[in-house]
Every structure is written in C-alpha cells, then in structure tokens.
Design a protein around this ligand. Structure first.
Ligand SMILES: Cc1cc2nc3c(=O)[nH]c(=O)nc-3n(C[C@H](O)[C@H](O)[C@H](O)COP(=O)(O)OP(=O)(O)OC[C@H]3O[C@@H](n4cnc5c(N)ncnc54)[C@H](O)[C@@H]3O)c2cc1C
Length: 320
C-alpha cells in the first residue's frame, strides 16, 4: 500500500497532498516535490500522526519555516509534515532564578514569539526577532544572534521520541552548543518549548529590537531568496589569530569574512550566487537549483581551504 493510502486510511479527516511542490515554501525557492505533504496545527493530531509514522516505519521530515534547508531538486520521499502549532501560553510561574515561564508551540514563528513575549512584558529574546522560521527550527539548530544563543533562554522542551512517545527534557539535556543540539542526531521532534525570561520594559525591548533589526538590514541581503548563512562561523585558532590579529579576542571568525577574503563575493554557479553584501549568504537569482547550490558550496569550501586551511561546515540542512 502506498504511504498516502496508509495515511489516508488511518486519518481520513486530514488533508494529505500527494506530490506537493515545495519550491515556493522555502526561503531559498529551491527544491522539488514532497511525496506526501501535510500541515498540522493541533498538538494532539501532530502526536498521533508522528507516532503512527514512527510505528509504521514511514519516513517523516519536519518542516518549520523552511528557512535553513536545502531541499533536493528530486524532492523529499515519505511524509513532509509542516508544523503549524503556534500557540503561546504565559504559564504564570516563576523559577528560583526569578525567571518567568512562557510555553510556545514549535510551529510558532520566531518573530511572533519575540513580539508576543515583549507584549507580555518579558525580556531576553529581542535579538531573535529577525530570525526567519519557527521556534522548532530555532531550537533544532540553536539559533544565534552574534554570540547570543536562543538556548540561553530555554527552560525545557517537549519532544516526541524515536519510539513515538511524548517526553519533556530540560535545557541541559538538549546538549545545546553553537549551531548544534541533540536533535541533530536523535531523530526526535520538538513539539513545544518553554522559555525562561526576565521581566522587562517595553521601551528597552523596543530599543534592542531596533538595534538588531538595523544590524541585519545593514549587513544582510534581506528580501532576496536565500537560506541565511550557508556556513557556520569557524572556531578561532592560533593560526587564524596570527592571520587576523584584530579578531584576537573572538571565539569565532565569521565564515562570510573568510569567503570575502578568499575573493569569492559575487561568484556564481547557474542561478546561485555568493552575495556581494554578506559572503556567507548565497542568493538564488530565480532559476537556481539545489545542484547549482551544492556545486557553489563545494567550490567555496575548496577555495577557502586552499587559502586558509580551514574546512567550512554547512549551517543549512540537506533534505531529500
Ligand atoms: C534572511 C535570513 C536570516 C537568518 N538569520 C539567522 C540568524 O540571525 N541566526 C540564526 O541562527 N539563523 C538565521 N537564519 C537561518 C534560519 O532562519 C534559522 O536557522 C531558523 O531558526 C530555522 O528555522 P525554520 O523553522 O525555518 O527551520 P527549517 O528550515 O524548517 O528546518 C531546519 C531543520 O530543523 C528541523 N526542524 C524544524 N522544526 C523542527 C521540529 N519542530 N522538530 C524537529 N526538527 C525540526 C528540520 O527538519 C530541518 O532539518 C537566517 C535565515 C535567513 C533566510
């Protein structure tokens, strides 16, 4: 029986779509069809469908905002589940550290999470206003603004385990580090996230938002199809400190800086180009494909390695 038939038979009330084009869903405007596609906003239904897939060995791929993915031109096999559970609840609980707990669905847009928590009078998340995508995607890769990590504000995470059970884990158990979390290797799905925030002032929060928004507008090619930074920043090292003494005290050297110094701004393969504004951003000029993008990634990695003996590592996730 096909995957679509299995799912329709067990969930006749849900709107599964067969061979659903994902190109327009992604920030990069790249990628083929989902074998089966479903959007879900109800937590209980999300749990039921995921548990069913896990138990019946149906391949499942989670999409949040699709702002940090490279979807294959051949599409994604199995079920693509687009999470839309976007509720936000003020738990009205205070921790021993005098932090206030707020719970968000994984499908809530990160920018809305910021706006809503600021409206509730809390502070901590302002710098994440310009991170596209959802809370689930932000937790999966531990979204960052400069050296501020979203994990610094996480209390606990509700997940669906590999065996289809629902479980709550603490922030410590998430194994967060720069651009990483346990979710990269566990196949677990992030369902809801509880944040621990301080009481703030609307005026100060608005100032922080303005500062971060201005920084992004000044440094990033916003409004053009991209996946943000293609590469992670590189841990600083004695060799890099010797080459770039002005960054002596930094923990990381920006991938964009290294790509720029390798003279690669504006380099193009097919319809994908290294941005002239921010060299870690690659831009789709309209007809770019995942194949073009992968070729450009390979070329940039090779040139940067030749020049600085550094292996750039992708920040984006390949889905197929
Ligand atoms: C213009 C632009 C600016 C950006 N700026 C920043 C920035 O400042 N800082 C930063 O960190 N990133 C930035 N990014 C990258 C990206 O927006 C973030 O990584 C974002 O948090 C990804 O969220 P998403 O919902 O779009 O994830 P998606 O792209 O949908 O998914 C990314 C990965 O997470 C997995 N995933 C998503 N949701 C779940 C879930 N609920 N459970 C399990 N797995 C899940 C997916 O399967 C996929 O492997 C930027 C991107 C763009 C286009």
């Amino acid at each position: 029986m096909s995957i679509l038939n299995q799912l329709q038979e067990n969930f006749p009330d849900l709107d599964f779509r067969e061979q659903y084009l994902l190109t327009k869903q992604t920030y990069f405007k790249i990628g083929g069809y989902a074998e089966v596609y479903l959007e879900l906003d109800q937590k209980e239904k999300i749990i039921e469908v995921i548990s069913f897939c896990k138990k019946n060995k149906i391949k499942i791929t989670i999409l949040g905002g699709a702002s940090n993915v490279v979807i294959s031109d051949d599409g994604i096999s199995g079920l693509v589940l687009h999470l839309k559970n976007n509720q936000l609840v003020d738990l009205n609980q205070v921790t021993q550290k005098k932090q206030y707990l707020v719970k968000a669905g994984a499908g809530l847009k990160t920018s809305l999470l910021v706006k809503k928590t600021v409206d509730l009078g809390y502070t901590g998340l302002e710098f994440f206003l310009g991170v596209p995508g959802t809370v689930g995607g932000a937790i999966f890769n531990n979204a960052h603004y400069l050296e501020d990590l979203i994990s610094d504000h996480v209390h606990q995470v509700e997940i669906i385990t590999e065996s289809g059970d629902v479980k709550t884990i603490s922030a410590d158990e998430c194994e967060f580090s720069y651009d990483a979390s346990r979710f990269h290797h566990t196949n677990e799905i992030i369902l809801e996230v509880t944040f621990a925030l301080k009481k703030g002032s609307l005026e100060k929060s608005q100032e922080l938002i303005k500062k971060a928004t201005q920084y992004r507008a000044d440094t990033q090619p916003l409004g053009l199809p991209s996946s943000g930074c293609i590469f992670k920043n590189t841990p600083n090292s004695p060799e890099l400190k010797k080459l770039f003494p002005m960054f002596e005290s930094r923990k990381f050297i920006s991938a964009g800086f290294l790509i720029d110094r390798a003279g690669l701004k504006g380099t193009k393969v097919g319809g994908v180009e290294v941005s002239k504004k921010h060299a870690a951003f690659f831009i789709n000029s309209g007809d770019g494909t995942a194949v073009d993008l992968k070729k450009l990634i390979k070329l940039v990695k090779k040139e940067v390695n030749n020049k600085f003996n550094i292996d750039l590592e992708e920040e984006v996730f390949y889905l197929s």
